[in-house]
Design a protein around this ligand. Sequence first.
Ligand SMILES: Cc1cc2nc3c(=O)[nH]c(=O)nc-3n(C[C@H](O)[C@H](O)[C@H](O)COP(=O)(O)OP(=O)(O)OC[C@H]3O[C@@H](n4cnc5c(N)ncnc54)[C@H](O)[C@@H]3O)c2cc1C
Length: 449
Amino acid sequence: MKARRITPESRIAVLGAGCAGLTCAEFLRLRGAKQVTVFEASDRAGGKVWSVPYEGAPAGGRGLFEAGTVFFVPGPVWSHVLSRYGVSTEIAPMPSVRIADLSRGRIRHPLAVSGGWSVFQRLIQTGRFLRMLERYGPLMDQKPGLQAHARPDVAIPAGEWFTQAGMPFVRQVLLPIAGGAQFGPGLDQVPALYVIRLLTLLRRYPLVNQLRLAMPQLRAGHDTVWRRVAQAHGVRFREAVQRLRRLTDGTVEVETTNGGYRFDAVISTLPPGKLAAIADFSDAERVPWSRVRTLSRVVLTARVSGLPPRVFHAPRFQDDGSIPPAHPYLQYEIDPGCGWMTFHPFLDGGRTVADAEAACRDVVARLGGRLESIEHRALIPEWFPHFGEQEVRDGLYDLLESSQGAGNLWHASELFSGISVPHATEYARQLVGRMLPDTAEDLTGSPLR
Ligand SMILES: Cc1cc2nc3c(=O)[nH]c(=O)nc-3n(C[C@H](O)[C@H](O)[C@H](O)COP(=O)(O)OP(=O)(O)OC[C@H]3O[C@@H](n4cnc5c(N)ncnc54)[C@H](O)[C@@H]3O)c2cc1C
């Protein structure tokens, strides 16, 4: 397939108006691209960044909850869009994360979970953990994308890796939180690469927040800025891409629910299963995509009574920290004292949303409260948390990266970048720089509104 040189005059399509697709559109424009079209299947910008207003917020509350992205993790792209599109960077602090040991009915600060370690041992291991963040963090920040970090020494399961690195206590207390944020069931078996990468994001907070495990949210809501970016770039909402064909002349034909178009280059941010179903992949290209395994997850927001204000729990049930199927891995009150909580269960093993709702009721009851009514459900049907150890060892990330630009199809999806807004957006920005290397970002221009 012919590779075209991409210039500011090229016709470029971006598939998906989540934060990655919108970052591509924004930085393509800042590098002078004049013909950028963004297609979005839904009627909403932001994708998994989704802030939902609710009635009856207490004074000083945000009056909205996050049905996707929970924590605001700062980064250069966030800073750029917030400033350029005039969205306040005011922070709403979240409560510190506590471990709710539901089989014993205890709630503890993670660093106070004893598990047989003396205070001295816990402090030593916490010090090792902070040094580990400094060892891996700077390079991981510098090189967004998973390929640069997918080495055999971090392909081994996270449980084993943390034990070998002399941090069994950190494994006990931090891995359940990482599981809630990203990985779901079978956390110990997740290659250490992904867990380390997620945890290095903690470095982006002041040390006191790292130790308190108190993370921020944006008071204005996480999707506000992405809605503005989408408006500035004229996103074509409710126009789902249905087929992609790379033609021998180097152009790409894109078929959507509204018609057919030709582009000189296409950047996809679609979930992996969706892209694999509509693209004209060769057999060789299909290899890494066929090894993607997705999970379903749901974010439930409910009114609860009988619980203290300002709770943020990562539940633990048994001594091994395992959580029964469909139970939430994280749950927190959305505004201090509002009586609404958001729950993060995974629908593993064929569990349904109804199973997850029942499990949330159970968890609230174990904590001495009552779940009154489910008010919002956000279903995430194609969650790709990670490859397995063998896939990382087999060099699937090298295969994926070597396919960048084949037939003028480029990728800025979570499959390449990893999961989190900073990873998604910083990878997308770097990709645009690779596509248009002869141009510089003009960050000084006035807001595109
Ligand atoms: C519950 C949850 C909690 C999270 N917590 C955090 C957190 O605390 N901090 C953090 O930084 N990150 C967090 N993340 C991760 C972060 O939200 C994602 O990594 C990031 O938003 C991914 O952005 P994206 O643009 O790559 O993908 P998406 O947001 O998935 O965007 C893809 C877009 O493509 C569109 N699309 C799909 N099919 C088509 C089609 N055929 N045609 C056109 N468009 C299509 C979709 O509608 C969507 O808008 C969380 C995610 C979830 C789900």
